[in-house]
Design a protein around this ligand. Structure first.
Ligand code: HEC
Length: 123
């Protein structure tokens, strides 16, 4: 190989490496997007950050919650309430339960209602 050919060979190899690397990154990113979090993960994240301090991660009630007499969200007392009423309680608050109207969107309230439904039967 002449000096010139060697240089071109090096250029070619580095270019291939860059293309390969870019391809790999693209592959990694696209598979990451193709596998979003499992269903309900977003609702339970909201529940953990906004509600679990009183209701516990599973809805049974934390220590703080129990001192405020939170009902067990898995219990029939709560589960028999219609979605609209659960949504209204989450938005407006009730007794020792704060109002979340200003910090949660309507969509978030609705997915929290769905999350509460998913707690049923986990007792
Ligand atoms: C500061 C503590 C606290 C936080 C935070 C809290 N709650 Fe409550 N929650 C309560 C209390 C206390 C009650 C009981 C209210 C009552 O019946 O007087 C309650 C009751 C409820 C009920 C049942 C109401 C009924 O009539 O049976 C639901 C459903 C509920 N909360 C959902 C949520 C959701 C969803 C969140 C998060 C967005 C949340 N709570 C955050 C304290 C809290």
């Amino acid at each position: 190989m002449t000096q010139d050919q060697t240089e071109r060979h090096v250029m070619f190899v580095s270019l291939m490496l860059i293309v390969l690397f870019a391809g790999l990154m693209f592959f990694v990113l696209s598979t990451a997007q193709a596998n979003p979090a499992p269903d309900g993960a977003a609702d339970s994240a909201t529940f953990r950050t906004k509600c679990a301090m009183c209701h516990g991660p599973d809805g049974s009630g934390s220590e703080v919650g129990k001192s405020l007499h939170v009902p067990d969200l898995r219990s029939p007392v709560v589960q028999k309430l219609p979605d609209a009423q659960l949504a209204q309680i989450i938005s407006d608050g009730k007794g020792g339960m704060p109002s979340f109207k200003s910090s949660l969107s309507e969509d978030q309230v609705h997915s929290l209602v769905a999350h509460i439904r998913s707690l049923r039967g986990k007792k």
